[in-house]
Design a protein around this ligand. Sequence first.
Ligand code: SF4
Length: 438
Amino acid sequence: MQTWGCQMNEEDSEQLGLHLRSIGFEPADSILDAHVILLNTCSVRRKPEDKALWMLGELAPLKLMKPETVIGVCGCMAQLRASEIKHRAPHVDFVLGTGDVSQVAGLVEEALQNRRFAKRIELPERKGSVVTDIPRREVDRQAKLKSFVPIQYGCDKFCTFCIVPTTRGRERSRPNDEIVEEVRLLVERGTREVTLLGQTVNSYGKNLAEGRVPFSQLLWELDEIVGLHRIRYTSPYPRDFRPDLLEAIRDCPSVMEHVHLPAQSGNDEVLKSMRRVYTRDSYLEIVRNLREVVPHIGLTTDLIVGFPGETEEQFEDTLSLVEEVRFDGAFMFIYSPRPGTPAAEMEQLPLSVRKARIDRLIALQTGITVERNRAAVGKTFEVLVEGPSPKNASRLQGYTREFKMMHFEGSSELTGTLVKVEAIEGHLWGLSGRLVEG
Ligand code: SF4
């Protein structure tokens, strides 16, 4: 299985794997040994689509050599470009969109018996205001320290640059009792940290049969699970960031003091053209409120530069937002037109302009990240130990509650525990520290 894209796609890949395990498949050692090859694709930018198409081309000779190998294309590109995939890559056995990944087991079995191309790209309908057809999920039986748990699928926001509402459909929330039960099971199997996933995760709780359940209520319900140390969530949408969520961050012991709050731009006109329904001021107000209730909160964001029509002054508003907020980190992107979205039809800026802007933004944010990490030196953090660092096996690694990576020396027996570590150096990637209490 090859996966591109966001955490939601990683989670879908895990589900694809678990559904295949449920019909007797195990992970293969290499692509040449595999009986089933799945590409779980991403459409959010052009690059991952190109990579998936390139890999499909590479698989053609393998299919000729081993025609019994089942090849499936899943994810957002499958949802969006099913007919084109069939046409460009006739060696593909099936495409499976994002609506219900549990269908993979049936598709593989079908492909093994009947070599006809199959396509499953129906997205669940929202009947009236209530959604009932939420995909069937498998819960991983293997012990995992950190787990992703989707709580909401699809998106109702329709930002003009984004293809997600088309590839993943309208917003649907999973019932809260089902989520709590899944997390309880995961904790029994060893999970200590969950990341709740949703495109606009804090809009969670609409369209449920039992009535609206605010996102903050779900956090409180999860907070009661004994043995669950940490709850993260990604990504909240600024307009839906309400006071009850602030209170849950402040008062729920297991909710981490980290918020990844996509800003996208620091200019109101650009935000409007992106159809982001908040303003620079309302965004800054959330930041102020967050820092007021939790002064040490970790704040990260997503930013896009070179959106169609963005002037030099408007781009500078994004720079000034970054200077004003002083984010701990940011994912920064050059705007990439996605066919089928309104922004792709707007007049595009030259690539040279977009590239020059991203360089300036990265230089600014990089300096701020290092500065903020250096300012953490001398402070002591709670760290959930994940194990030896892949880059230096003699050191342990884990994240602080503010979502800063920490490296420090210690026994690998600490893996899975919460320890106290004092930061002694700040870097671009995070902190190095000294174990204070294990
Ligand atoms: S909120 Fe906007 S950017 Fe995020 S998934 Fe929805 S449409 Fe895309």
